[in-house]
Design a protein around this ligand. Sequence first.
Ligand SMILES: CC(C)(COP(=O)(O)OP(=O)(O)OC[C@H]1O[C@@H](n2cnc3c(N)ncnc32)[C@H](O)[C@@H]1OP(=O)(O)O)[C@@H](O)C(=O)NCCC(=O)NCCS
Length: 243
Amino acid sequence: MTIVAQPLHARPRPADQLAWLTAGWPEFVFHDQETARHLGRVRELFAELEVVLLDGDEIVAAGWAVPLCWSGEVDDLPAGYNDSLARALAAYDAGQQPDTLAILAAAVRGDRQGQGLAGKLLGALRELAGQAAWPRVICPVRPTLKSRYPLTPIDRYAGWTRPDGSPFDPWIRTHYRLGARMVATAPRSQVITGTVAQWQSWTGMTFPDSGDFVIPDGLSVLHIDRATDQGVYVEPNVWLQHR
Ligand SMILES: CC(C)(COP(=O)(O)OP(=O)(O)OC[C@H]1O[C@@H](n2cnc3c(N)ncnc32)[C@H](O)[C@@H]1OP(=O)(O)O)[C@@H](O)C(=O)NCCC(=O)NCCS
């Protein structure tokens, strides 16, 4: 099996080749209004930072990143995923020279997970920083097993390790094996709001009362307030920096 990395837009791709891409995330992440405000421009301006892995003609993994300015200090990190989008656009609009590649999404096709392809994809994304001579690579990671521990604060979860000292979370571990280290947590990486009816359709659950609810694939709980007809979900991530 020869896996080749290629920019997504190197040639036209049939839409059905990429249909699996949205399957890896819960529906609610596609309804973040702040993300929606930025994403169209981001994908257009930074299209050269989208990478796919090909096995023959088939796309088996895909990921993308944005360029932004970061001092290297923890205090200056973006708040998370959404703020990275905003910071990338702000730097572009101000004509600033970026110095940091922020990897914002990576996915491996379901039938090809657990074979180390994510490491290859991250390697290909990291190379983009090398080509552009941006000295830093960061990533607000969505820890894949956190959804099984939605009540645990992200600061505690991020500190969990296995007996061999490696990170407890498998997706953090993949980055760790490539030399990445945790620099901070991002407790408010995304804030997703919707009406009770919207949350019911996004989660397939019913919320008859106000309160906090554990939702499928949620990394934290959903807070429902029936009096104001609003549900708020705050997604925590973990900031990793690659060497
Ligand atoms: C997260 C993701 C990119 C990892 O890709 P991958 O190619 O499977 O990663 P790896 O092969 O390096 O596996 C990483 C670890 O997860 C484990 N793993 C991978 N797929 C798994 C699965 N389906 N079930 C259980 N464990 C799995 C592997 O065993 C490995 O653990 P190890 O450290 O003990 O060896 C992939 O699972 C995915 O696309 N998920 C959906 C989208 C997503 O959540 N992306 C991340 C947020 S941007």
